[in-house]
Ligand binder design. Structure first.
Ligand code: NDP
Ligand code: HSE
Length: 441
């Protein structure tokens, strides 16, 4: 029998040992035999870059990360690695370290959606030039396999639309408002107490985190470079307890959605990418996504509707996706060959937010007298906005005010904005209480 030499161990450098990094380290250190079997050679964690060497690194269930693996010299760690796992977050020094790793021929796995949404093209080009993998399954919706299914499983199909609940914190907040009648501030405080929301909840509440994920999903789904600046973004700060209660009365729930869709022909259209709160009908699968869970609903020509559901954050769930990518890049290093490159050939134009087409629900308070409903309907007709349903809530007789809930057919955002301005200018209209988009119907 000829002697066969086993492949050299695969050297993995980990950048970051926080919520996610600690669990990635555990995943490599605690299961060496399993990992070796999946990869085909031993996987060696060569070191972990951190800022402080004084902090003890231990997982929630007590797995202690050996102190001698920690280093503050991230550059030296990167230079000796076959695979670099970046879970430090932020733009710098993560970007420089990833470019350095790719330039030196190392494969990179990252969970850093903010970096990908802002500087993705530069990183993908560096990976292309070096002929190495850059994988990022954990960057969108944590544990949920969504990047690989869109990138690989649906590569032969045409994706028309992606609707995602991709921020667990805001889903938790909106769910609490719906189920317990809390107002936004109370629900955010609860989310902070549970560790979902940070002390400064801006990234989640104002939709920045979801917008970064929307940019990544749209880039993948439509083979087009979509950056964070291309995503129209509106967070949940404007959602009131009354909006949530009214949503319920009209058979909806309010969700912060990441929406990416093709407008026009699927091979020659334009795309709209946006993040905003939206009314989702109770019957839609996304309406059932509760608490801090995430879900992504994909509509493709051939596959039809698909739904991906699971934990979108947290150390262990996110590390699961990171480790899957580590195994994937490690296998390819052993077997050779190029991995999937960035797919950007479709290059759809990205529409401005004003050109987005969707349905709306407008709640308004009007004078309760004959002819007012006809006046409001007339303004919508004049602007070419078609009414689907009108509901009038019981009037406040003392104030002689009626409460109207008008749901429109699909209309351009710009037409709707002009319509709402014109309606607000009617003498009989006392207040435009809210304007919410309706998605998923
Ligand atoms: P943490 O803040 O918990 O951890 C960051 C780690 O990186 C820390 O160990 C920190 O070191 C280290 N670090 C930061 N800056 C530097 C630096 N300049 N040099 C060396 N080390 C540095 O972040 P998370 O684990 O929560 O998130 C990591 C990444 O994963 C982010 O990109 C995030 O968006 C993404 N992600 C996170 C999810 C989650 O649920 N937490 C879910 C999905 C993605 P030290 O500890 O010494 O300060
Ligand atoms: N803050 C994010 C969320 C973490 O709430 O979903 C995962 O990206």
């Amino acid at each position: 029998m000829p002697e066969t030499s086993s492949p050299a161990p695969l050297r993995v450098a980990l950048l970051g040992c926080g919520v996610v990094g600690t669990e990635v380290a555990r995943g490599i250190l605690a299961n060496p035999i399993d990992l070796e079997a999946r990869v085909g050679t031993r996987v060696e964690l060569t070191g972990i870059a951190v800022r402080s060497l004084d902090t003890e690194r231990v997982t929630d269930d007590g797995f202690v990360i050996p102190h001698d693996l920690l280093t503050t010299d991230a550059e030296a760690l990167v230079d000796g690695a076959d695979v670099v796992v970046e879970v430090m977050g932020g733009i710098e020094p993560a970007r420089t370290l990833i470019v350095r790793a790719l330039g030196a021929g190392a494969a990179v796995v990252t969970a850093n959606k903010a970096l990908l949404a802002e500087r993705g093209p530069e990183l993908f080009e560096a990976a292309d030039a070096a002929g190495v993998d850059l994988l990022y399954e954990a960057a969108v919706a944590g544990a949920i396999p969504i990047v690989r299914p869109i990138r690989e499983s649906l590569a032969g199909d045409h994706v028309r639309r992606v609707l995602g609940i991709v921020n667990g914190t805001t889903n938790y907040v909106l769910d609490k408002m719906a189920t317990e009648g809390l107002d936004l501030d109370q629900a955010v405080k609860e989310a902070q107490a549970l560790g979902y929301a940070e002390a400064d909840p801006t990234a989640d509440v104002d939709g920045f985190d979801a917008a970064a994920k929307a940019a990544i999903l749209a880039s993948l789904a439509f083979h087009t470079r979509v950056a964070l600046k291309d995503v129209a973004r509106e967070g949940i700060r404007g959602v009131s307890a009354a909006d949530v209660a009214w949503a319920r009365r009209t058979g909806h729930v309010i969700k912060l959605l990441a929406v990416a869709e093709v407008i026009g022909p699927v091979d020659d259209g334009e795309i709209s990418v946006r993040v905003h709160p939206a009314l989702v009908p109770d019957s839609h699968p996304l309406a059932a996504v509760r608490g801090a869970f995430n879900a992504v609903f994909v509509e493709a020509d051939g596959a039809g509707p698909l739904m991906f559901y699971g934990q979108g954050a947290g150390g262990r769930p996110t590390a699961s996706a990171v480790l899957g990518d580590v195994v994937s890049v490690a296998r390819r290093r052993l077997t050779g060959g190029k991995g999937l490159r960035e797919s950007k050939d479709q290059a759809f134009p990205v529409l401005p937010s004003q050109a987005a087409v969707t349905r709306y629900q407008v709640r308004l308070a009007v004078a309760d007298r004959p002819g007012v409903l006809a006046q409001v309907a007339g303004v919508l007709a004049d602007h070419g906005v078609s009414i689907d349903t009108v509901r009038q809530a019981p009037s406040d007789e003392k104030a002689e005010t009626a409460h109207l809930i008008i749901t429109t057919h699909a209309a351009r955002e710009a037409s709707l904005a002009a319509t709402v301005d014109a309606v607000a200018g009617l003498e009989a209209v006392r207040e435009i209480i809210s304007v919410l988009r309706v998605e998923g119907s």
